[in-house]
Structure formats: structure tokens, C-alpha cells
Design a protein around this ligand. Sequence first.
Ligand code: UD1
Ligand code: UDP
Length: 372
Amino acid sequence: MKNIVCVTGTRPEAIKMAPVILELKKNSDFNVTTLATGQHTDMLRQALKDFGIVPDVDLNIMKQAQSLDYITSSVLQGVGKFLDENRQDLILVHGDTSTTFAAALAGFYRHVPVGHVEAGLRSHNLALPFPEEANRILTDGIADLFFAPTEGDAENLRHEGKSENIFITGNTVIDALYDILERRKGMTEPDYIQKIQDRPMILMTAHRRESWGKTLEGICAAVIDIIEERNDAVFLIPLHKNPAVRDVIKNILKDFSENVIFTEPLNYPEFVYAMNKSFFILSDSGGVQEEASAINKPVLIMRTLSERPEAVTHGTCILAGTERENIRREALKILNEPEYLKSIIAKNKMPFGNGTAAKQIHGIIRKFLDIQ
Ligand code: UD1
Ligand code: UDP
């Protein structure tokens, strides 16, 4: 029996690692441990629960307004202790968070092979997104198995001198999305639908660390500008749990209750429903770019560059930047120009795979661990 530990710490890691955990658990040759670092508490557990996953181990590290030093050192020590007490044949990490890097480092220090799911993404700018670009590079620097979603991601790895064990699998978020579309069948309509009726709904999420402060305030000002020109528009804003984000957004937009609906973070089926219902999405999220490409929903990305260039080439995702005026202009263009909206509904092949990434990863791991 081979021991594999799958590490998750934040909401997107849970959503994107869930298909891999569920797939590996089908195999009786593997003893699979789901380890939650608890970098996020409620948002992580909620996302795992949406897939029926209960962590076997929860390090529960989260503190209010936690620092990067704190997350990194707590995860390193916590995962390290787990690995010392429980011999593992493989540690799987996902993506680009501090959990990802610190857990990979704990594996590396103990010569436990590290598999990186969603390897090779690069913005080629260490400041954008921060600290995620560094986390990806550092994780790939010590990983043994690279599950790259796209050819472009694999090429980034080769460019950095990696030549072995690079596999192009598609992104596991597509598997997660298809799974949740099945699970959410029969779900009732949320209450906010009453308010929206036929009005154009814009789903907005924002949380990036490099946007905290003035940039986030400018984004909120752009929302007000848009409402002033299109009084029928409704913004649905599921607020991230981070007070550095939610308090600012709430404070600036609290007086616009006719046009702004705040919710707690939506569970994954509810969020997928909201993406589908929206006219377009305004977001700085990584995962949302991939999901939106799969359901052909336009996204204005509130960033100046993306480590997912395929989403932009695909057509559905537009780099709007973080400047108030650019966001206003791009949003109004989508709202006011039906022909423009039609033109960005992409006709190209969706770039992030066909929903079989987890199955492929399973097969590759079997071979890597020498299981016949
Ligand atoms: C983290 C990741 C980021 C990822 C994002 C996904 C790092 C450095 N950042 O950013 O890469 O894109 O998650 O959402 O790894 N909080 C709660 N409850 C929760 C979650 C967060 O109260 O369930 C609050 C806490 O006060 C916490 C704060 O949010 O201290 C920040 O959480 P943290 O994980 O440090 O940063 P995120 O901005 O969530
Ligand atoms: N998401 C969710 N509920 C929400 C907001 C987002 O389930 O209220 C999902 C979304 O579908 C995507 C993931 O969370 O899969 C993105 O997480 P986030 O934006 O926090 O992180 P990022 O992808 O930017 O790292």
C-alpha cells in the first residue's frame, strides 16, 4: 500500500484538489490522507464539503490578519511533523499559495517526492500576483512531478530547465466544475434572484493582496461609475472573508443597496450558478478565469497581466487592469454593445482540458509509484 498525502489550505486549492483526492481514493493500492492546513478555515472546509470531503488531518493554523511569515512557518512545521510521524510515498500540493510552497518544502526536506498539481503557470513578474508568482516558482524548483494544465505551462517549466516528469493534463478545475454541475442538479433558486429579475447582473470578486488599499478603493469607485451610467445593473458581490478586502468594499458600496447585493462567500454550487446567471464577471481571481472559459462567460480581469494567457487568447477573458477608468470603460462596453458582447463569446476550443485531469494524474502517479 502506497501512502499519499494531499495538502490543501485555501478555497481554490480545495476545489481544484478535490477531483484528485476523489479519484485517488478509488484506488485500493493507495492510502490517501487529506491534510488541511487550515490557512483558510470556513472557506476551505466549505469547499471540501461541497465535494463530500472531510479532512483526515486539520492543522487549523488560521489567525486573523495572518502574515506571510506566520502562514509559511506554521505550515512548514505542521506538515513536517505530519510527515515525520506518518511515512509518505508522495506529497501532492496544488497551485501557488503559501500552503503550497511551505508544504512542498516540508516534503523536500524529508526526501518525500513532491507532485505539483497546476505546475508551470507564470506571469513572469514576481510582484503580480504577489506572493503567488514566487510560490509557484519555488514549488516547481523542488517538485518531482509536474502536472501542467496546458502546453504553455509545460513550456514555462522546460524553459526553466525542467525536462523530466512534466505531464500536460488540463486543469483539474474543469473536472471540479463538471462534477459540481451534476451535484447541484435540483438546487433551488437563491433569494437574490427576486431582486435581479431581468436586470443585467455582474458577479464581482476581488481579493488579491497586491490590490489592497488604493487599488481596491479605485475598483469600488469604478463600480459606482458603472451604476451611475447603467442604473439597471446589479452587482452580486460574494465577499471574501479577509477583512482587508471585505471591510473596504462594504464601506464604499454600502449605500448602493438598489444596485449592490452582498453575500458571504458562496458555496461552490451557488457560485457556479451565479457565474452562469451573470451578464459578465468582474474578478481578480485565478480560478474564475478558467471556469469562465469553460462556460463561455466573459470576464473582465482586474489585473494588468495573467498567468493564464490561454484564457485571454480564448477570448472570454479581457485584461481590464486595475485602473478605475479602464474598468468603467470596459464594463460599459460589454453592457451597452451587444455586438461586442457577441464577439467575445469565444468560438475557440476551451484551453483548460476536458475534465479528465484527475484521471490522468491518477494514472501518472500509479506509474511513478511503480504500481502495475
Ligand atoms: C489566500 C492565498 C491566495 C489565494 C487566496 C484564495 C496566500 C499568501 N494567499 O489569500 O494566494 O488566491 O487565499 O482565496 O497564500 N479569513 C477568514 N476565514 C477564511 C479565510 C480567510 O476569516 O475562511 C481571513 C482571516 O482573517 C485571514 C485573512 O482572511 O487572516 C487572510 O487569509 P490568507 O489565507 O492569509 O490570505 P487570502 O487573501 O485569503
Ligand atoms: N468561489 C466560490 N465562492 C465564492 C467565490 C469564488 O466557490 O464566493 C470559487 C471560484 O469558483 C473559484 C475559486 O473559488 O473556483 C476561486 O477562489 P479565489 O478567487 O478565492 O482564489 P484564486 O483562484 O484567485 O486563487
